[in-house]
Design a protein around this ligand. Structure first.
Ligand code: F6P
Length: 489
């Protein structure tokens, strides 16, 4: 927190942390989006105040801002300012649905969904990046603010801000994976994207592996000087530090924990509400309803578990929360329909009166509801086919102060590099995931305690404040070195 004190911090992201919605009765409610980015950056903004610039997306967003499109948030404590940018339908279609989510998302995840690159989407992506860059410049109270640029929606923005505010400290964090140069190279605008990102002072990824991929991509497609020893890339004389900063969550406070139900109460409540068998073995999955999350592979593993280990029939239940997301895209609608069909098939095959092995809850759940589920569960299953980090597993670990519950974690999530005490699996290998489900369901409490205690040490220590603090500390030192070097020259 001390790293943030005194600086003007401006965050830029597509997704806003608070969405105001108009209710049927005309009343306004506030909702929090299902977003790993928001989960991570919001506690940092609460701690340091400042301005967060994001796309206004709620039906009552316009009713809640002042004449400068600003509103103080969170609603109760008003710690910082949210500045909303309004996008036209064409802008949203081209920049967000099109280039970001049909182009960059599958490009970087290499999840066997073909990226789509349209000239018109690219034009909107450029224009919207410029609009957000202009808003950063307008919000800056000095010529050297700290600008935190979030994610693949804004690859061009760092260079655009740098042009107007050459002394700004621009820290860009890429929340999704970075693929190898061959995969990235199919993008027609690969050079422009790289040039835009290299406007950053610091460029952060979740893992060293993603940093290495990025550096190799620059090496392949741009004339740049790469100094591996110092983890820097100099492009047109301007250096960028490329580092890994594994993102995390805010560790729950004692006050927060006091509000949680006891695990046994949570279990009772979930069993009653979802009408699960009394002796259910509860596995929980929590994801946006996205094709990168490996939900289909997870269902196949549950089906195989019931075939291979029939003792779980009538007892094992996967409670899968699938938060609606990007429904405007056909790829997502088709994927979601398929998951519903496979769920129905498994439930018909193995279900009986009062028992369904898969409970698919395709709706948004608030934080309290998720906490209850995490605390009720015997295991949490994360089977992403590729994921920058994945914060669901860290939320599950933070929720289990009873040191019980097993984490099954995909080796293709960035989190697997930090959390080897989980049962780490390859989600493409159904048999391996099946056996991990069986092992988790049978794991003795002592082994669960040992693993969970160690997982909790890691997540408590490497929390989101450390993530932000390390980036800001590196930025501070970097600026200092720059000044000293220039003076010497
Ligand atoms: O975790 C990757 C991410 O893109 C976040 O950065 C983003 O907020 C989240 O997925 C949700 O996606 P969307 O904002 O498109 O709903």
């Amino acid at each position: 927190r001390t790293q943030l004190r005194g600086d003007q911090v401006i965050v830029v992201s597509n997704r806003e942390p608070y969405i105001h919605l108009k209710g049927k009765d005309g009343g306004i409610t506030v909702s929090r989006p299902a977003s790993g980015l928001v989960t991570a950056v919001e506690p940092v903004m609460r701690a340091c105040s400042g301005t967060w610039i994001a796309h206004g997306s709620g039906s009552a967003d316009r009713d809640t801002v002042d004449e400068n499109d600003r509103v103080a948030v969170p609603p109760d404590t008003k710690d910082y300012v949210l500045r909303r940018i309004w996008l036209t339908e064409e802008e949203e279609q081209g920049y967000y649905q099109g280039f970001a989510n049909e182009g960059l998302w599958p490009l970087c995840h290499v999840a066997h969904v073909r990226p789509v690159f349209r000239e018109s989407d690219w034009a909107q992506y450029r224009a919207v990046n410029q609009r957000f860059a202009d808003a950063v410049v307008a919000e800056a109270r000095s010529d050297d603010p700290v600008v935190l640029v979030q994610d693949y929606h804004f690859a061009l923005l760092p260079a655009m801000v740098r042009e107007k505010l050459p002394k700004a400290t621009i820290i860009t964090f890429w929340h999704i994976p970075w693929p190898n140069p061959e995969s990235f190279g199919i993008c027609p605008w690969r050079r422009e994207l790289l040039q835009g990102m290299l406007g950053s002072t610091i460029l952060g990824f979740h893992t060293r592996f993603h940093c290495k991929n990025f550096t190799e991509t620059v090496d392949r497609y741009l004339e740049a000087r790469i100094e591996h020893e110092h983890a820097t890339i100099s492009y047109q004389g301007e250096p960028t530090l490329v580092q890994s900063y594994p993102i995390s969550i805010a560790w729950p406070t004692d006050d927060e924990r006091l509000r949680w139900p006891a695990p046994s109460e949570a279990r009772r409540a979930v069993i009653e509400r979802l009408k699960l068998p009394d002796d259910a073995c509860i596995a929980v999955g929590v994801d946006r309803f996205d094709y990168t999350k490996g939900i289909l592979e997870r269902l196949h593993a549950v089906e195989r578990l019931l075939e291979k280990y029939p003792q779980w029939q009538g007892r094992f239940v996967l409670v899968q929360v699938a938060a609606p997301t990007r429904n405007a895209l056909e790829e997502y609608r088709e994927f979601q329909d398929r998951i519903h069909r496979v769920t129905d098939r498994i439930n018909q095959r193995f279900g009986s009166d009062g028992y369904q092995p898969v409970r698919l809850l395709a709706e948004h759940h608030d934080h309290a509801a998720l906490m209850e589920l995490y605390r009720a569960a015997d295991m949490c299953v994360v089977t992403s086919l590729h994921d920058g980090m994945n914060l669901v597993c860290k939320e599950f670990i933070a929720a289990r102060d009873d040191e019980q519950g097993v984490l099954i974690l995909s080796r293709f999530a960035g989190a697997a590099r930090e959390l080897p005490e989980a049962l780490v699996i390859n989600p493409y290998h159904v048999e391996e995931t099946t056996d991990a489900l069986h092992r988790a369901a049978n794991m003795p409490p002592n082994e669960q305690r040992e693993r969970m205690a160690s997982l909790r040490m890691t997540v408590r220590e490497f929390n989101v404040y450390r993530w932000a603090g390390r980036m800001l500390a590196d930025a501070g030192q970097w600026r200092l070195r720059e000044r000293i070097t220039r003076r010497v020259q």
